[in-house]
Design a protein around this ligand. Structure first.
Ligand code: DX5
Ligand code: ZN
Length: 219
């Protein structure tokens, strides 16, 4: 039994064959990471409510929805209705993190908080025992295929220490530039939930790519 999870990021899939690519990772993981962008908080657009709603009909994977958008409060209900299982908002995008946590929980969903690499890590520390997951971005959010940033390991360790000091079971997630090399580095720094886009879906066999990533930690 592993003490970590891999969440393939659908952003790197072939959008003309979404269900084919999702089926390729079913059985290798229970999680699917879905990136929502607004062209405002980040310089890109991606998956929205209709896509989440559509794919929900064809898979039982846990939908980990990463909200890279301003006004996250406005989008909680639409993504609840679309079938999300967890909503992760950015700490930079709300004035009232506690209220937003309560709102998401009121619908019975799990809650995550993500932090941009340019935001001091201290911002997220007070919330480590209030949510289910802390997502330390290891690239500037907005695009797949970026390189794992220097300094990420220290930021991961800082959150790891805070989670452990609080005696919390909170998942520590990383997202961006996770590949066969960086996954071990992030694991050793304390991450336990790995979002991986290109490393999974740019492979001819995405299911095997998930297994290969796991092996980089367990071997
Ligand atoms: C980027 C997204 C990521 C993205 C990661 O802003 O939040 O989830 O899909 O892609 P890779 O794994 O290719 O860096
Ligand atoms: Zn993401």
């Amino acid at each position: 039994m592993n003490d970590f999870e891999i969440a393939p990021s659908l952003l790197a899939a072939d959008f003309g064959y979404l269900m084919r690519d999702i089926k390729a990772v079913e059985g290798k993981t229970n999680y699917l990471h879905l990136d929502v962008m607004d062209g405002h908080f980040v310089d890109n657009l991606s998956i929205g409510v209709p896509v989440v709603e559509s794919i929900r009909r064809y898979t039982n994977l846990f939908f980990d929805v990463h909200l890279m958008l301003t006004n996250p409060e406005k989008f909680v209900k639409p993504f609840v209705d679309a079938g999300a299982n967890m909503l992760t908002f950015h700490i930079e995008c709300t004035e009232d993190p506690d209220g937003l946590i309560a709102l998401i929980r009121s619908y019975g969903l799990k809650v995550g908080i993500s932090i941009h690499p340019h935001t001091p890590i201290e911002k997220v520390i007070p919330f480590v025992d209030k949510v289910d997951l802390i997502l330390v971005m290891t690239v500037v959010p907005g695009f797949g295929g970026s390189t794992y940033l220097d300094g990420s390991d220290e930021r991961i360790s800082a959150v790891r220490n805070a989670i452990d000091a609080a005696g919390a079971k909170t998942f520590l997630s990383v997202d961006g530039g996770i590949n066969k090399k960086t996954i071990k580095e992030a694991y050793d720094s304390g991450a336990r939930y790995f979002v991986a886009g290109s490393a999974v879906f740019n492979d001819d066999d995405p299911g095997k790519a998930v297994e290969d990533l796991k092996a980089c930690i367990t071997m």
